[in-house]
Design a protein around this ligand. Structure first.
Ligand SMILES: O=P(O)(O)OC[C@H]1O[C@H](O[C@H]2O[C@H](CO)[C@@H](O)[C@H](O)[C@H]2O)[C@H](O)[C@@H](O)[C@@H]1O
Length: 285
């Protein structure tokens, strides 16, 4: 943790400059990008590339995406950019932008489950089966009832998968993943390396796997921000309404929350001082 941030500044001290002492971790789908029925249908616009480039420069390179997508998928989306990234919930790590995207292998039992899912659900238009090596996603979208059926199939297959596999039920589907697929661990690995080391992490995410990262940044003295779905329980004490709000907040040249948090170190923000675009989740702080 950065001494410059953990040592509360005296009340009269100026707020630290926006780029000092912070590291930024961003989920992709539902946080930086609006959802699309087909995972390959989302498009990264030039504004987002420019925003990430500016943030990276401002935070001295301490910016990474932590996603359920594979590194190859992240590279395809953001090309020609090469981001620091934790892909497949941290199974595929790229700690430095110079590192290549190395794909993790698919266990045979998971390939067999993917084939079964295709046989059972391949005809359902709303269902998309995404094979990502050691992680299998079955996206159900908003179709009523299909989530239950898909979850039943995944649960029945679980005992046949390698030890440690688990099912994560997300907002619009299920993902089967090995034990080491934990976004919080990916954050921890970045935080142990330059240029993240000694900084204070911020994680912004919208879905169930992001909760592990929220808890991780809390342990590291950081800040967790949940996007959307205010009705869901979350470990994140801060909230942004949607993708547009995330991008507007990240794009604000003043970084208002960061400066304010630094001034308020160790004390919750009074409700009246909550910045307008970033609201605290009711009852969580
Ligand atoms: O951790 P994230 O960056 O949020 O990635 C989570 C999953 O995102 C993608 O799936 C989700 O978004 C798709 C595009 O909007 C949508 O079609 C799908 O229903 C959502 O589940 C991605 O395809 C997955 O591999 C990620 O695990």
């Amino acid at each position: 943790m950065s001494p410059a941030i953990t040592d509360s500044p005296p009340p009269t001290a100026p707020a630290p400059a926006a780029g000092d002492g912070w590291a930024l971790f961003l989920d992709i789908d539902g946080t930086l990008l609006e959802h699309h029925r087909d995972p390959t249908g989302v498009v990264v616009d030039q504004d987002l590339r420019d925003l990430l480039t500016r943030l990276d420069r401002r935070l001295g390179g301490a910016v990474a995406v932590i996603s359920g997508r594979s590194l190859a998928s992240i590279d395809t989306l953001f090309q020609p950019m090469r981001l620091r990234a934790g892909g497949l919930f941290g199974i595929e790590m790229r700690l430095s932008p110079a590192d290549p995207a190395v794909a993790a292998p698919e266990p045979p039992a998971l390939a067999a489950l993917a084939a079964r899912a295709h046989a059972e659900f391949g005809h359902v238009r709303s269902i998309v089966i995404e094979r990502k090596g050691p992680v299998l996603a079955i996206h159900t979208g908003p179709a009523p009832g299909t989530l239950d059926e898909v979850t039943r199939l995944a649960k029945a297959a679980l005992p046949g998968l390698p030890p440690g596999y688990r099912i994560v039920e997300g907002n619009v589907g299920v993902e089967l993943m090995p034990a080491q697929a934990l976004k919080g661990d990916a954050v921890g690995r970045f935080m142990a390396t330059e240029p993240f080391k000694g900084r204070r992490p911020i994680f912004i995410g919208d879905d169930v796997p992001d909760e592990h990262a929220f808890e991780s940044v809390h342990r590291l003295g950081g800040v967790a921000v949940k996007v959307g779905r205010p009705e869901q329980a979350t470990a994140a004490p801060y909230a942004l309404a949607d993708v547009a709000a995330v991008r507007a907040w990240l794009g604000d040249p003043q970084f208002p929350l960061l400066d304010r948090l630094a001034r308020q170190e160790g004390r919750p923000l009074p409700a009246t001082e909550t910045p307008p675009r970033l609201s605290r989740m009711a009852g969580l702080m």
